[in-house]
Ligand binder design. Sequence first.
Ligand SMILES: Cc1ncc(COP(=O)(O)O)c(C=O)c1O
Length: 378
Amino acid sequence: MNFDQPIDRSASCCIKWDRYAGRDVLPLWVADTDFQSPTEVLTALHQRVDHGVFGYTQPCQALIDEVVDFQKRTFDWEIDPSWLVWLPGLVSGLSVCCRAFAAPGEAVLTSTPIYPPFLKCPGAMERELQTAPLALTGGRWEFDWDAFRAAMDDRTRLYLFCAPHNPCGRLWERGELEELAAVCAERDLVICSDEIHNQLLLDQGQHIPLATLSPEVAARTVTLMAPSKTYNIAGLACSYAIIPDAELRRRFVAAAAMIVPHPNLMGYAAALAAYRHGGEWLEAQLDYLREARDMVQAAVDDLPGVSMTHIEATYLAWIDCRELGLERTAEYFEDFGLGFQAGREFGLPGFVRWNLGTTHANTREAIARFRRAIEALS
Ligand SMILES: Cc1ncc(COP(=O)(O)O)c(C=O)c1O
């Protein structure tokens, strides 16, 4: 559990580092970390490989029991195993929701800025995208309910929600969730609640699955979860939807049928080991990520023309560079050796997203480069 240990990812066909292969650019974009997964996950994968037979596989009862238990012990959410629908990834879950709950010509709403697939899935499924901006109020990203209501019309069928929020780092409070649920109920929207970052809490506080608010909210909600972000196993493709309402579940499963493949069997093995044994590793990782967040926050607070809101959850910092007046913000920083993800992909140009999931040595180097990039403007 040494998060300072540098691991060379260059020969592993990794998306994050390959983008800048052969260039001196630190990759701080796509949301995985440079950390090795918990030892118990590696052991479970070795054991699965040693078995040597990799045919069609379903989630074993132990994994189903573990997910049910995880929901209970982590969120006090009692789920029925029949509510689970296994998926290879959450993005396919977003697309399946678009297909299942809005007809062609009908609309899907989301709030910006947002993780880019939220903006792409509706169009890819030939549904209309509607967006409502979040508001930056008193140094905190919040819902703007007037803008939210104004963005909807009588074609809106589905709201794509992200909790905790990528890229704004918000751990939504109960009151905000209740208001969201009430506004969606006004128009009888289905809510797809992407809760992939639910264990990555940097502040004190509790992630509240939206569907736990009440049976009425649960009946209109598809919750998407996975251990993939928490334990850095996204490449193993194992996720799940929790859909309490039988009719929503039927529509979701029908929309996925013959298109969405099963999860990878290695993913099942890793998910079980991660949920069962990953607690101590996760606490250590969270401490490490908190230190990285605090380093980046201090540096940003100290520099002119940039700011960031406090990151309550996720390992992603969302940096406001609008005052710098740059034409292409992410490209400017790339010239200084920083591979950020551009805010325009999230629906908000002038920002960059900074992935904190790397060694402190890389974070310190990134901060030094960021400082140079800002100073070069004065
Ligand atoms: C909010 C959110 N949803 C989904 C994903 C990716 O999901 P998957 O790789 O399971 O498709 C990410 C990855 O960054 C994410 O941040």
